[in-house]
Each structure stands twice: as C-alpha cells, then as structure tokens.
Design a protein around this ligand. Structure first.
Ligand code: G3D
Ligand code: MG
Length: 213
C-alpha cells in the first residue's frame, strides 16, 4: 500500500503515538488538525517552526503524509490537549490518502503563499474538498510574509473576502516561518476557537467520538 519506507515509518510512528494516546484518553484529549494547501506553500516549515522552533532552508519535500504532535495547555481550565497535525505532501501518487487525511479532523489550516499569487488559486479547490468531507472550522493562513513587498499583488483582500463569504472559515492570519512572525498566535487562534466550540456544543462523549480516526 505504501510507496516507500519513509512513509511507512511515518505511519508506524503515528500508530505508536496513537496507541499511547488512547491509553491516556481519560486524562488527555487527542485532537486531529489538518494542514492543507498547495505544494511548497510552506506547510511543513510552519509546523516545524511551531513544534520544533526551527526553520530549515533546505527542507525535504513531504512524501505522503507527515505527522507533528504537541501537548498543549489551551483552555482556561488548564486542560492539556494532545494535538496531532497532519501535513499532506500533495503528490499525485498519494491522492488516494486524501479521505484518510480529512477524516476525523476537528479543524484545519489552509495555507497559501503570500509571495506567489498562483498559490491562492488552489484555495478554492481545497475549500471545496474540505467542505465536502467534513464540518470542521478552517483558518486561512498566508505564509512567507517576509517575502511580501509593495510590488506583490495584495492578497489580503482576497483572503478577507473568503472569510466574509464563508461561515466555516473563521479567520485569516499572516505568518512567516522564516522570521518567526505570528506563528504561536496563529496556532493559538485555531486551537482557542476549537476548544471554545467544543465546550459550547459538545458533551464529553461527542468529543471523544471526534478523536483521531
Ligand atoms: P510545503 O510543506 O507546503 O510543501 P515547505 O512547503 O515547508 O517545504 O516550503 C517550501 C519552500 O518555501 C522551502 O524552500 C521553504 O524553505 C520555503 N519557506 C517556507 N516558509 C517560508 C517562509 O516563511 N519564508 C521564506 N522566505 N521561505 C519559506 P525550498 O527552497 O527548500 O524549496
Ligand atoms: Mg511539506
């Protein structure tokens, strides 16, 4: 089923991690968040900056799906959440993994590259795909703000229009993994939104049913 050892290794690591989370489910909630967007918009770099506080100029292309996890205290009661971020590499040969990628997610980050107008064109396709297959909230994220300059077409208008015209898309943040701009704020914005939504609308049992598939 898998095309190379690297991907299988990712899956193995994830499975071990998930098993561990299940054992701890009483104490700590595990939630799945997906990070989507066209190739090279900076998905892996954003996650690497947030989780490992590094930026690697020579990062390798993600093959298949990558996983990043972090235990985060997020709500006002000090409860911890084990958050697993799913990072979709996007290559054609891994498209069969898309249903798995989306299934069970409680939230999504949808990225486009602020320095490359073409990357914004992919947003609509991703939105349609995510909306068809789930009912979780989305945060729109503009990446590489360090490369944005006055000559670039301003994509803020475009992003704000998506937020205004789409109920599920609750916000827009601009980031730079390279210069560490707005990274924590962006993740906090999504997690805070999810936790508040969870507290408002779900009983404990409902929440458990939404855990990682
Ligand atoms: P992806 O996971 O969405 O495919 P990556 O994207 O995280 O692999 O990033 C693609 C390229 O963009 C990488 O450059 C990476 O270094 C660069 N990049 C990511 N985030 C930023 C940022 O905030 N600022 C700048 N200036 N570059 C960024 P290469 O050269 O390795 O392709
Ligand atoms: Mg990647």
């Amino acid at each position: 089923m898998f095309h190379n050892n690297e991907t299988s290794m990712f899956v193995l690591i994830f499975k071990n991690h998930f098993h561990h989370s299940l054992l701890e489910m009483e104490q700590i909630k595990t939630i799945k968040i997906i990070v989507a967007g066209d190739g090279a918009v900076g998905k892996t770099s954003l996650l690497d900056r947030y989780i490992n506080d590094i930026f690697d100029d020579n990062s390798l292309m993600t093959k298949g799906i990558g996983f990043f996890s972090k235990t985060i205290k997020i709500d006002h009661k000090g409860n911890e959440y084990n958050v697993i971020f799913w990072d979709f590499g996007g290559q054609e040969q891994f498209r069969f993994m898309l249903p798995n990628f989306i299934s069970g997610a409680v939230g999504a980050m949808l990225l486009f590259d602020l320095s490359r107008f073409a990357s914004s064109m992919g947003i609509e396709g991703w939105m349609n795909l995510l909306m068809e297959r789930g009912d979780f909230p989305l945060l729109l994220v503009g990446t590489k703000s360090d490369l944005e300059d006055a000559n670039h077409i301003n994509l803020d208008k475009f992003a704000n229009h998506i937020v205004e015209s789409n109920e599920r898309c609750f916000g827009y943040m601009k980031t730079s993994a390279k210069s560490n701009y707005n990274i924590k704020e962006t993740f906090y914005s999504l997690l805070d939104h999810l936790v508040k939504r969870d507290e408002k609308t779900n009983s404990k049992q409902d929440s458990i049913e939404k855990f990682v598939a």
